[in-house]
Design a protein around this ligand. Structure first.
Ligand code: S3P
Length: 443
């Protein structure tokens, strides 16, 4: 998206939040449904696609690469071009704010023998692409223009991608997925070794499209392999509700006295639910019901009631399964009694903003003691939060939503300096929260 004028909003102590809601489709699964649909043979139909800036940006990029994509009624239709069948674009590809779109598509483009320029907004242009370019260069991708492995970049895909075996040096589903997507265009087997599990939507969706990767688990982790030149068949994908968006609603219900909400159809893939596991450990009244399968992914309804919370230690090993939820957890920790210690947060520093610094600063502005020590964030909870602070969001949608949620339970309003970026992942945020009883004010 283009950077526009700032839209500050403040949130105010709310009365009980009540109701049943559905959150929009999962962002990770939405990106992958569009991408695998474009690489498949035949038509893919998608229901529940997240219609937010990041995902619509990926749809636009795929269109520019020659994939017909449109929406009819509530269903998105993608007319696949087959693996390796995308066409060279005539214009640069703009990824807006989306790290996932960029990194996944860098993988896809490694399996296409043409040159293309990629660009993004100010936040995306600061984010590291070296982590994904390192394996993709081994597969034959060349960066012909660009500085410091950051956008804007001009790349040239090889005539034929080279299959590799690569051990991830950061626990990143984006890097894993980029290599697997590039591997679809390489002869033989491309293998990713991951020591710490990261979200596995690419693997599940490849299976759904008829090309299951081989996954071998040993005591040290997993070896995930894809064969090149497989045919993906167009499929129907029903996108489950996004647990990272649901996290804000669940947190709001926990901190506002008298609240009880039900969030329907939320993705509960084990590689995504670290936030909810942590809430239970903090003493949250949170129940899952109606567990079912939807397009190869588990979903459930979540019932969340206001609860007193206790501080906990969140181990580093849990970080990949809740990486996007730390700003919200840290804000919640202010309402808990006692200290919450969150370990292993290095990856937070390279998200849409330095989320570790932005979270600690936002908490301090609202009277919460929060300390960063290396990759550990410690929040000293006292059971209540003063609020009254002005939060800098640094073009980061999750910082904006976490602090607006915090303000629903604080003594004084919490103001965030900008809310425009919320549309990149959860455009319905203010409306859904308002429908449950939350109060926000533009200024
Ligand atoms: C994502 C993976 C995570 C997450 C991001 C979406 C994905 O990033 O933070 O919002 O869809 O693969 P990393 O895999 O880089 O940690």
């Amino acid at each position: 998206m283009t950077e526009s004028r700032k839209s500050p909003i403040s949130s105010h102590r709310a009365g009980p939040l009540r109701g049943r809601v559905r959150v929009p489709g999962d962002k990770s699964i939405s990106h992958r449904a569009l991408i695998l649909g474009a690489l498949a043979t035949g038509e893919t139909t998608i229901c529940g696609l997240l219609e937010a800036g990041d995902v619509l940006g990926t749809a636009e990029v795929l269109r520019r690469l020659g994939t017909p994509i449109d929406k009819r009624g509530a269903t998105w239709h993608v007319l696949g071009r087959g693996t390796g069948g995308l066409q060279a674009p005539t214009e640069p590809l703009d990824f807006g704010n989306s790290g996932t779109g960029t990194r996944l598509m860098l993988g896809v483009l490694t399996a296409h023998p043409f040159s293309v320029r990629l660009m993004g907004d100010a936040s995306l242009s600061r984010r590291p692409m070296g982590r994904v370019l390192k394996p993709l260069r081994q597969m034959g991708l060349a960066v012909v223009e660009g500085e410091g492995d950051r956008l804007p970049l001009t790349i040239q895909g090889p005539r034929r991608a080279i299959p590799i075996t690569y051990e991830l040096d950061v626990p990143s589903a984006q890097v894993k997925s980029a290599i697997l997507l590039a591997g679809l265009g390489a002869p033989g087997l491309t293998t990713v070794i991951e020591r710490e599990p990261t979200r596995d939507h690419t693997e599940r969706m490849l299976a759904h499209f008829g090309a299951p990767p081989s996954i071998v688990t040993d005591g040290h982790g997993q070896r995930i392999s894809v064969a090149g030149d497989v045919e993906l068949g167009g499929r129907h994908v029903d996108v489950p509700g996004d647990p990272s968006s649901a996290a804000f609603l669940a947190a709001a219900a926990l901190i506002v006295p008298g609240s009880e909400i039900t969030i329907e159809g939320v993705l509960v893939n084990p590689s995504r639910i670290g936030f909810y596991t942590t809430l239970k450990e903090m003493g949250a009244d949170l129940t899952l019901s109606g567990e079912r399968q939807q397009g190869g992914e588990p979903v459930a309804d979540l019932v969340v009631r206001h609860s007193p919370l206790d501080g906990v230690r969140v181990p580093a090993a849990r970080a990949p399964s809740m990486i996007d939820e730390y700003p919200m957890l840290a804000a919640l920790a202010g309402f808990a009694r006692g200290e919450t210690r969150m370990e292993g947060l290095a990856e937070l520093k390279v998200k849409e903003s330095d989320r570790l610094a932005a979270t600690a600063a936002g908490l301090a502005a609202n009277g919460v003691v929060a300390m960063v020590d290396g990759d550990t964030l410690t929040v000293r909870g006292t059971g209540k939060v003063d609020g009254g602070g002005q939060v800098e969001t640094h073009l980061d949608h999750r910082i904006a939503m976490a602090f607006l949620t915090l303000g629903l339970g604080t003594d004084r309003p919490v103001c965030v300096d900008d809310t425009a970026m919320i549309q990149t992942s959860f455009p319905e945020f203010l409306g859904l929260m308002g429908g449950l009883g939350a109060t926000f004010q533009g200024s």
